[in-house]
Each structure stands twice: as structure tokens, then as C-alpha cells.
Design a protein around this ligand. Structure first.
Ligand code: ADP
Length: 358
């Protein structure tokens, strides 16, 4: 850098000395010796001045770089002024390069810190969730071993309770695996034309018994017809299973769970509507978080893992869409999501149900 400033000063000083000598040569009274002296003085003075000014500028820029490095060391990245690169000043460019690099690294560090915090929180949540059914089952088994096993009624009751806790544990592990597979991208979406009407009927079949116990009627709004969308059958089936299961769980007795299909432009909006306890507005934004429950103990009692809606959210994200919720406490909730509609003529064999995956 010092070398290039010397060359630059030399060149500029030469130019200035030459111009001065040329100018003086216009006067007849100035002889060749005086011209040579003027050239030498002009060259020396300008060289010195230009060199000092350049060195000063370089010194100033280097100082700035030192300050920048000092701030980086102290991690005061936010207080650093971002400078515009000067084409003529390579030091400013270096300065800016250092800033961008440090900025990038800081962002990476922040992201890693966030992931680490998230990982810790997740492990704490999972441990807590696993602990609950394990402790419950453990308690029942130990009570039986401590003598309760001799009483037939107590024995059956406790064994049933232990089995229920272990079943809950199984569902929780399954949900955790599903969530982890979706998040790590191990599950690839398999998009094709599917019939939502048929899919909903199949999901309803799974819940017939549970709905009957609460006197909840399961129905699809409107006459039977194909509702064709472009989606992954298995994953959307999981979404509908979770939404319908929640709707039944939170419905009031002797009510209905209705699935509604609305065709809006190029999409089908599927809504799952229940007439139940509803969700207070302050919880709505959080119910899609892992393990978030409005009423923790009641959710567990009803066999909830707290992961159902997190799975729904991830699957719908994989379809480029999201779930919307409308709920009125004491009246009920509607969970809906949009999927791209497929017109019947776009399927290979429009009139044949076989052409549709089910
Ligand atoms: P859970 O396994 O506890 O049902 P979810 O992730 O499926 O977990 O739901 C999170 C919480 O959202 C539930 O604990 C419940 O409080 C609330 N919730 C979900 N669906 C409904 C619904 N249809 N009506 C009322 N509350 C609901």
C-alpha cells in the first residue's frame, strides 16, 4: 500500500512539476537553469505534500479498520457504521468486506444459538411429556406389586389404567416420530389427484365409535360428490384425522362435527366445524406450537399428546398452505385449510373412481 502511494505521489508530482515548468517557459525572462530549478523544486515539494496526504488518508483508514476489528472483538456489531465502498479507496472496500463477513458470521451464530435454545426446550418438553405416562404406569404397577394384585377389582382397574398410560405413551412416540420425520425431510410428499370427499368418509369411519360415545354426529355438508385436489393422500388424511379427532374431543355431547368443502377460484377450502367448548382468543396463535394445550390436564385426560396441530401445521406447510382457525368459546371452532383444486377433466379418466387415489 505504501509502495503504491509512493508511485502515485511520484506520478502526480512529476505532472505538477512538468505543468509548472511548461507554464514558466512561456515567459521569455525565465532561463533554462531557472526552469530546471523550478522543475526540481516543484517536483520535490509536490511529491512530499502528496505523499504526506496519501499516507495520512491511509493511516486514517487503517485506524478505522483497527477500530472495526476492536468492535468485532467486543461483539459490538450493531454499533458499527456500514460504509459505502470507495472505488478509489481499496481500504474502504476491505473495511466493508470485514463488516459483511462479520455480519454473516454473527447471523450464523445467532441462528445456531436459537437452534440450541430450541433443542434444549424441545428435549425438556419431550422428557416431561414422556415422564407423565411412564410415572403413571409405574405407579399402578408398583401398587399392584405391593399387594393390590390380590384384590381382583383393584387389579383389573389398575391394569387398565397402566395400559391406558402406556397406550398414550405409544401415541406420543408415534406423533414425535411423525413430526421429526416431516421436519428432517425424511417424509417426501407424494402429490397426486385425490378425492377429499372419499378421504373424509374414511377418516369418519375410524371415529364412528368415539363419536357415538358422545352422541356426536359426523357428517359432510352437501350431497356426495368428488372433491378433487392436488395433494398427498396419506398426509392430508393425517391432517383430517387430527382435526376431526380434536373436533370430536372438544365437542359438546349430542352435537355435530361437520366437514364443509367450498370451491373458491382455483382452490378447495376444507373446514372442520364443531359445536363445543371453543378456544379463547389468547390461545389461538399458540395452539399450533408443540405441546401447547389450552387446558393441560384435560387434554391429557382426553388422550391428547399436544402434537396434533403441530403435525397439521407442518404437513400443510409442505403443501404450501396453512390452517386458519375461527373459534368462539362456549360455541365451537372451525379449522380450515386451502388446497389446489383439480377439475375432473384434468384427471386421466374423469369418470372413473379408480383413477383417483384412495
Ligand atoms: P392435543 O393432543 O392436546 O389435542 P393438539 O395439538 O391437537 O393437541 O391441540 C392443541 C390444543 O388446542 C388442544 O390441547 C386444545 O386445547 C386446543 N384445540 C385443538 N382443537 C380444538 C377444538 N376443535 N376445540 C377446542 N380446542 C381445541
Amino acid at each position: 500500500m505504501v509502495y503504491s502511494s509512493r508511485v502515485l505521489a511520484l506520478l502526480l508530482a512529476l505532472c505538477i512539476a512538468l505543468i509548472t515548468s511548461l507554464f514558466l517557459s512561456l515567459f521569455q525572462s525565465v532561463g533554462p537553469t531557472a526552469l530546471l530549478v523550478a522543475f526540481l523544486i516543484g517536483f520535490s515539494v509536490s511529491y512530499l505534500l502528496i505523499f504526506i496526504v496519501l499516507e495520512f488518508l491511509i493511516f486514517r483508514e487503517i485506524n478505522k479498520i483497527y477500530k472495526l476489528i476492536g468492535k468485532l472483538k467486543k461483539k459490538e456489531l450493531s454499533s458499527i457504521d456500514k460504509q459505502k465502498s470507495g472505488v478509489l479507496n481499496p481500504l474502504k472496500t476491505i473495511n466493508e468486506e470485514i463488516y459483511s463477513f462479520a455480519d454473516l458470521k454473527q447471523k450464523e451464530i445467532d441462528e445456531l444459538k436459537k437452534l440450541e435454545a430450541f433443542r434444549k426446550e424441545f428435549i425438556a418438553d419431550v422428557s416431561h411429556e414422556l415422564k407423565t405416562p411412564i410415572f403413571a404406569a409405574q405407579g399402578f404397577v408398583h401398587t399392584l406389586l405391593d399387594g393390590a394384585v390380590n384384590d381382583k377389582t383393584v387389579r383389573t382397574k389398575f391394569l387398565k389404567k397402566a395400559a391406558k398410560s402406556l397406550d398414550g405413551l405409544d401415541v406420543l412416540v408415534q406423533d414425535l416420530l411423525t413430526l421429526s420425520h416431516i421436519e428432517t425431510g425424511q417424509i417426501k410428499m407424494h402429490f397426486e389427484t385425490i378425492d377429499l370427499y372419499k378421504l373424509t368418509e374414511e377418516v369418519f369411519e375410524q371415529f364412528e365409535e368415539e363419536a357415538e360415545k358422545k352422541d356426536v354426529k359426523l357428517r359432510i355438508d352437501g350431497p356426495p360428490h368428488k372433491v378433487l385436489v392436488y395433494a398427498d393422500w396419506q398426509r392430508i388424511s393425517q391432517v383430517m384425522t387430527n382435526l376431526i379427532s380434536n373436533a370430536i374431543k372438544h365437542s359438546y355431547e349430542d352435537s355435530e362435527v361437520i366437514v364443509i368443502f367450498d370451491i373458491v377460484k382455483k382452490n378447495v377450502i376444507t373446514s372442520v366445524k364443531d359445536f363445543g367448548e371453543g378456544i379463547p382468543s389468547e390461545h389461538i396463535t399458540r395452539i399450533f406450537e408443540r405441546f401447547y394445550r389450552v387446558d393441560k390436564s384435560r387434554s391429557r385426560e382426553k388422550g391428547g399428546t399436544g402434537l396434533g396441530l403441530a403435525i397439521v401445521k407442518h404437513i400443510l406447510e409442505g403443501h404450501g398452505t396453512k390452517a386458519e382457525v375461527e373459534s368462539t368459546p362456549g360455541k365451537g371452532s372451525v379449522f380450515s385449510f386451502k388446497l389446489p383444486r383439480v377439475k375432473p377433466e384434468k384427471t386421466d379418466h374423469p369418470d372413473s373412481f379408480e383413477s383417483i387415489k384412495h
